[in-house]
Design a binder for this molecule. Structure first.
Ligand SMILES: Cc1cc2nc3c(=O)[nH]c(=O)nc-3n(C[C@H](O)[C@H](O)[C@H](O)COP(=O)(O)O)c2cc1C
Length: 259
């Protein structure tokens, strides 16, 4: 089984492609369970649970962290956990964080992999979506990369095959800590005057964190900063403070939004 969280569709495309090769089903948790993962009781009959998620701040998305800490797996001694994360560039020590979170639950870890996909992080000065050529090049390389991951998983030999980048410890444990502490707040989210109040951001938020108040979206609750709301808005009305001014938008081409 592949348990998948995705903001803008990259990880979902990786999980779907992997599922097509190895035959494991993809499980996407609904917003209600993402918010209350203590209610999750998961049976993994084939004994293999693959965690697929995007890297956030060289670590795990807050919501994935929360799910790992609180969900329950039935007959967990028989289950081996693997990680397949997507990233724009590199993951720092996210794989080590994931291994220690899984181990802290008393669960067994197997292999870890990363897949480079188009970048969707725009909420800090200097970070923007990739140029169209780079975006396309990353999308084109995905199947070959996931074929290799599938072969490694099927071989049954534990692997660590990730792009850590330079200064991985500083990225994860210093900058990543700062990111989680200060750059995941919901207060800077707002919609500008071009917002039509269509509610598409409300319907598509994976955690159900947005509602419409006085005709405009309002953010509250446990946002995980996946930025789906920013990237899906046709009016480009969703903003994060001033950090997103002049930035591009990205959604995976196969990503199906709720209308
Ligand atoms: C809040 C946030 C933080 C991110 N941090 C990183 C990072 O540390 N390293 C990286 O290479 N990409 C980073 N990215 C980019 C995403 O990991 C990448 O675009 C991923 O493929 C998005 O997957 P998704 O479409 O399934 O959400 C970040 C994206 C977001 C939204």
């Amino acid at each position: 089984m592949i348990i998948c969280f995705s903001g803008t569709g990259n990880t979902r495309s990786v999980a779907d492609y992997l599922s097509g090769v190895i035959g494991d089903d993809v499980l996407r948790l609904p917003p209600g369970l993402m918010r209350e993962p203590e209610k999750i009781r998961l049976a993994v009959p084939d004994g293999r649970l693959i965690w697929a998620f995007p890297v956030h701040g060289w670590g795990l998305p807050l919501t994935v962290d929360n799910v790992i800490r609180k969900m329950r797996i039935l007959a967990h001694a028989d289950v081996v956990h693997h990680m397949v994360c997507s990233c724009g560039d590199d993951i720092g020590c996210a794989d080590k964080v994931w291994r220690s979170e899984i181990a802290a639950r008393g669960w067994r870890t197997g292999s870890v992999f990363s897949v480079q996909m188009p970048n969707n992080y725009v909420a800090f000065p200097g970070f923007d979506v990739d140029a169209p050529e780079l975006m396309q090049a990353k999308l084109d390389k995905m199947p070959e990369r996931v074929d290799a991951i599938a072969a490694a998983l099927e071989s049954g030999i534990d692997a660590t095959d990730v792009v850590r980048g330079s200064f991985p410890r500083i990225k994860t444990y210093v900058i990543g800590w700062y990111f989680r502490r200060f750059l995941t707040r919901i207060k800077p989210f707002h919609a500008d005057d071009s917002c039509t109040g269509c509610g598409k951001c409300v319907r598509n938020c994976p955690l159900g964190c947005i509602d419409i108040v006085d005709g405009k979206p309002r953010w509250s609750g446990q946002c995980t900063m996946c930025l789906r709301c920013y990237h899906l808005c046709r009016q480009h009305a969703v903003r994060y403070g001033k950090s997103t001014d002049g930035k591009g938008q990205y959604l995976h081409p196969d990503y199906q939004l709720l209308k």
